[in-house]
Design a protein around this ligand. Structure first.
Ligand code: APR
Length: 236
């Protein structure tokens, strides 16, 4: 590659977890009871029928609970061990980057393994599988709990978005792995990095809007091609 590796930013999407068995959003296998995620992962659906949305998340958690990090996740954990100035930004809510050993993960869209109070916004960890049958009540104020994920139509948390944008703006290398790059603002991050002069590497079996301006495009499944890319570049 012949480029500096730091600051190094990786942006991941559902494709990085595909080979672990977690269905992507815009590919096959992401449906629950013939419903698209957009129909259920939104605040109106939860207000209308909290139990239905809750059961959708119970299903997603049970799927993810059976999955383990794959070689792509493990490679990104190795990157964090080797690179002092490394930021991992993920759109995934599955927690597989942390399970692989990454310690500093910017979770743009929240986590399946946390709940949040709909009234006072307190957050807490909830790792039980199976999920409790009903949405629990907030331990502080008794309000209804919801998954601590960003739903369609909701904004990202400002502090988290700022962290992601400033990392992108100072990156010299950005690796974009397994995202269709159509959901904003996450999809803007590679463009911010590119405009600031970063070298952009895309890993994805399919073409995406990033492919047009990426400096390097690797077409293949992340669990196979990401470890190979890292082996080639690690000791440069
Ligand atoms: N390795 C790498 N990439 C893969 C693999 C694989 N094995 N399999 C599929 N992909 C790619 C697909 O080609 C596609 O570009 O992963 C991408 C998955 O795209 P999406 O399902 O749209 O996932 P993502 O980009 O993470 O979605 C963004 O949308 O629904 C919301 O909040 C949700 O975080 C999600 C956001």
């Amino acid at each position: 590659m012949g480029r500096a590796l730091e600051p190094f930013v990786a942006l991941t999407g559902a494709g990085v977890s595909a080979e672990s068995g977690v269905p992507t959003f815009r590919g096959p296998g992401g449906l629950w009871q013939s419903r698209r995620p957009e129909e259920l992962a939104n605040p109106q659906a939860f207000a209308r029928d909290p139990l239905l949305v809750w059961r959708f998340y119970a299903w997603r958690r049970s799927v993810v609970a059976r999955c383990s990090p794959n070689a792509a996740h493990l490679t990104l954990a190795d990157v964090e061990d080797h690179i002092g100035d490394f930021t991992l930004i993920t759109q995934n809510v599955d927690g597989l980057h942390e399970a692989a050993g990454n310690r500093r993960v910017v979770e743009l869209h929240g986590s399946l393994w946390r709940l949040r109070c709909t009234r006072c916004r307190e957050r807490w960890e909830e790792r039980r599988v199976p999920f409790p049958e009903m949405p629990p009540r907030c331990p502080s104020c008794g309000g209804l709990a919801r998954p601590d994920v960003v739903w369609f139509g909701e904004g990202l948390e400002q502090g988290i978005l700022n962290r992601a944008m400033s990392s992108a703006a100072r990156a010299r290398l950005m690796l974009v792995v397994g995202t269709s790059a159509v959901v904003h603002p996450a999809a803007q991050l590679p463009l911010i990095a590119k405009k600031a002069g970063a070298w952009i590497v895309e890993i994805n079996p399919e073409e995406t809007p990033v492919s047009i301006y990426a400096d390097e495009v690797i077409r293949g499944p992340a669990a196979q091609v990401l470890p190979e890319w890292w082996a080639r570049n690690r000791d440069e």
